[in-house]
Design a protein around this ligand. Structure first.
Ligand SMILES: [Zn+2]
Length: 754
């Protein structure tokens, strides 16, 4: 609560009202009358979601393990289907047959200097009633690890990021021919075996370090919410960011007699080396048996051992074999047909499969989605007729790597490219502040929704709570100023890690990923302890944030589905792209300075002077200073984008009063242009070396995984020292932004026609 009263005072003084246009009561994209009608329906809607229902959905859906291919996964899909139908939605299941490996052999033992066999087991916890469903639980493993049988010395690689290997180089330690052990977090898990293999390692272990999600944070389960010594994080290591998510045997398409599967050997996204996740209970004896240099200080974790890097003398034997089976995934799809513009679609999704019982991930999100569907069904019975078609999707196979949503989106790619206006995603949900990520043309829209939903704990709006929490955490006066002055809170750009990926990155559908969190630490992610007992003791125990999630997402769906003109805004968007351009220029300048400085220090003998013969280090190599790049085409494109964004904003403001008198055909033509704006940010050839990714502004990073790379072609070009490529990418991005600007301009001109 530090300084909250003071902050509130400043807020009321310097931020008197929220700029939403000439007439503040009228929602963007609505006429004054349709805006009032919409507000009435949304108010009715937000009164319906009930925490008791959310609790009951979670109890039911997380009662047994429900991973892909398990009986309860199918049972859940059928149960969800029955409920969609009961609530009056037009629902069906779409089934896809996909590659889903499960463990057959898992052996991890230390053979030198002492013997130790890893348990690889998460034990039953007496107070937790579902932790004993042993026969139905998937053992701990990383899906899409390749089979392997390797024996080699061990090397500790911190988080296993590219920069960690640079540090190892400085210590004179190589991982060639070794098995590496990396900590979870700081990057998506699949980056760790990828980078290890690129450096010549032949096996990879990933462990949960107690300083990240164990006893250093809070008490461990079942006394507290954190990971106990035997808890393991399962998860996919499919190299989706370098190729594509979805079934590795059908990249970019769905299996059919005319489009057969690739062979396992041809699949690009299976790891190059075997990889296994382990608990800190299993990791500690292995790490304790390492010698060699001490780790750099910042690598230390909180296990009670001296942290050495190796290699060896610890020598490990790692043997992994998997059942490479084809399994069905069951996507449950429900529709409410649009009354005026049925060919414009608003799609809303959350997955239903879990790694084990999955109460937090994904059922906390799935329960909210179900409660929204029930409430919307009630409104339809009361006479509400959404203008556009609404599609609710309960995806299967998200955990292995977005299997259900990707195959569905690939199956329906042509229709989605034509009809899909917006995709709204959630995954897990817990207590805390509202987080907003997505396409920046929706930034203003989602800020508007957030101003209309009440935060269950503080009773302020979820928008205010977000703003004030951000002020509390801001690191500079500039950041605090912006939070107080700018009409909209900035939203995060989307990387990956959940089901929006194919919609946004492959099809160019404007997308958002939303939820609540931040108050409760979670040390049960992807373990057998992510279950109803844990959630109802350590997370949103009374399901009021589940209700807030249903209220927020349902209101968003309604507001998008009912607007006369889709409520996109391009002023915030243009502002964001401008910050990206500045970031990229700074990134390049920082690189140049850094390399110039290092080269100078090499010449001066700084590394010789600091060499300690008892703790020998290797000087870094001399490097060529990066060339200057020409950002002018992008800067010019951003200028014209800013201009057309302003033009569109004014055109829409002037047109709003008369939107109610416009013909359906006229509005359809305007909305077609708005829908087109996100597509224009895509390029059919895709990103360099990963053509499945079509979006030129947002992508998961090849070396960050779920973490986003904005303007990825240019940014990764600079980061990976491919300067000629970065230069070319600037040209492609500039061209896309010019095209974007032209569509926005054309929509503005249409609105101005009488
Ligand atoms: Zn999830």
């Amino acid at each position: 609560m530090r300084g909250l009263a003071a902050v509130l005072l400043i807020l009321t003084l310097s931020f008197p009202s929220v700029a939403v246009g000439a007439d503040e009561a009228t929602m963007r994209g609505y006429s004054p009358r349709s805006s009032q009608t919409e507000r009435d329906w949304e108010t009715k809607f937000r009164a319906i979601p009930d925490p008791a229902n959310l609790r009951e959905y979670m109890r039911r859906l997380s009662a047994r393990p429900h991973h892909v291919g398990s009986p309860y996964d199918k049972d859940n899909a059928e149960w969800i289907l029955a409920h969609f139908k009961e609530w009056g939605l037009d629902a069906h299941i779409e089934t896809f047959e996909v590659l889903f490996p499960t463990p057959k052999v898992r052996v991890l033992e230390m053979v030198e200097p002492t013997k130790f066999t890893a348990k690889l087991d998460e034990p039953v916890v007496a107070v937790d009633p579902t932790s004993n469903q042993k026969s139905e639980q998937l053992p701990s493993y990383n899906a899409y690890s390749i089979d392997g049988d390797v024996t080699a010395p061990l090397v500790f690689v911190n988080y296993g990021l590219p920069e960690d290997y640079e540090k190892l180089d400085r210590l004179g330690v190589s991982v060639k021919g070794a098995i590496v052990i990396a900590k979870y977090y700081r990057s998506w898990r699949g980056v760790k075996p990828k980078v290890a293999a690129e450096h010549g390692a032949i096996g990879c272990l990933i462990y949960s370090e107690p300083s990240d999600d164990g006893y250093s944070v809070e008490d461990v389960f079942p006394e507290g919410p954190m990971r106990n010594p035997n808890g393991v994080q399962r998860g996919s290591v499919m190299d989706f960011a370098s190729s594509n998510p979805g079934d590795p045997l059908t990249p970019g398409y769905v299996h059919s007699p005319e489009h057969p599967r690739l062979s396992l050997k041809e699949a690009k996204s299976i790891t190059k080396i075997p990889v296994l996740p382990i608990s800190y209970g299993d990791a500690q004896p292995l790490l304790a048996a390492l010698k060699g240099p001490m780790e750099p200080y910042e690598w230390h974790g909180s296990l009670p051992i001296p942290y050495h890097v190796g290699p060896g003398p610890a020598k490990l034997h790692l043997k992994l074999e998997f059942n490479w089976d084809i399994k069905p995934v069951y996507d449950v799809i429900a529709k409410i047909p649009g009354s005026v513009a049925p060919d414009e679609w608003i799609v809303r999704g959350n997955h239903h499969d879990g790694w084990v019982n999955g109460a937090l991930d994904p059922v906390s999100g799935q329960s909210a989605l179900l409660e929204e569907a029930r409430a919307l069904g009630q409104l339809v019975k009361q006479g509400w007729k959404p203008r556009r078609t609404i599609i609710y999707a309960a995806w299967d196979g998200e955990e292995p790597m977005l299997l259900g949503s990707t195959e569905w989106a690939e199956q329906h790619a042509d229709e989605l490219r034509q009809h899909a206006a917006v995709y709204l995603n959630t995954d897990s949900n817990s207590r805390g502040t509202f987080f907003m990520g997505g396409s920046h043309s929706l930034e203003q829209f989602i800020n508007g929704v957030a101003r209309d939903v009440e935060d269950p704990e503080t009773k302020m709006t979820i928008w205010q709570r977000r703003q004030l929490s951000d002020i509390a955490e801001a690191h500079s006066a500039d950041a605090r100023n912006e939070l107080r002055q700018r009409a909209d809170l900035r939203i995060e750009a989307l990387g990956s890690g959940t089901d929006f990926t194919t919609f946004l990155d492959h099809l160019g559908v404007a997308s958002m990923n939303l939820g609540f969190g931040g108050e409760d630490p979670e040390g049960i992610y992807h373990s057998i302890y992510d279950d109803f007992y844990w959630y109802t003791h350590f997370s949103d125990t009374d399901f009021v944030y589940g209700r807030a999630m249903a209220q927020t997402l349902g209101s968003s769906v309604m507001r998008l589905a009912d607007a006369d003109v889709l409520p996109f805004d391009f002023v915030d968007f243009a502002d964001t792209v401008q910050t990206y351009t500045k970031d990229l220029k700074k990134l390049l300048a920082d690189r140049q300075d850094e390399i110039r400085e290092r080269n100078k220090e090499l010449e001066e003998g700084v590394f010789k002077a600091t060499f300690d013969p008892r703790r020998p280090t290797v000087a870094p190599p001399k490097e060529e200073v990066p060339p200057h790049l020409n950002f002018a085409p992008m800067e010019n494109a951003v200028e014209s984008l800013t201009h057309s964004a302003e033009h569109y904003k004014h055109a829409l403001q002037s047109a709003q009063a008369s939107l109610g008198e416009r013909s359906a055909d006229f509005l359809r033509a305007v909305n077609a242009q708005i829908i087109e704006t996100e597509r224009k940010l895509c390029n059919d050839d895709g990103l360099p070396r990963r053509s499945w990714y079509k979006h030129l502004l947002y992508a998961p990073g090849v070396y960050s995984g779920y973490g986003v790379k904005t303007v990825p072609g240019v940014r990764e070009g600079i980061e990976q020292k491919r300067y000629a490529e970065a230069d070319q990418e600037i040209g492609r991005v500039a061209k896309a932004l010019e095209d974007e600007s032209a569509v926005i301009e054309s929509a503005a001109q249409m609105l101005e026609k009488q």
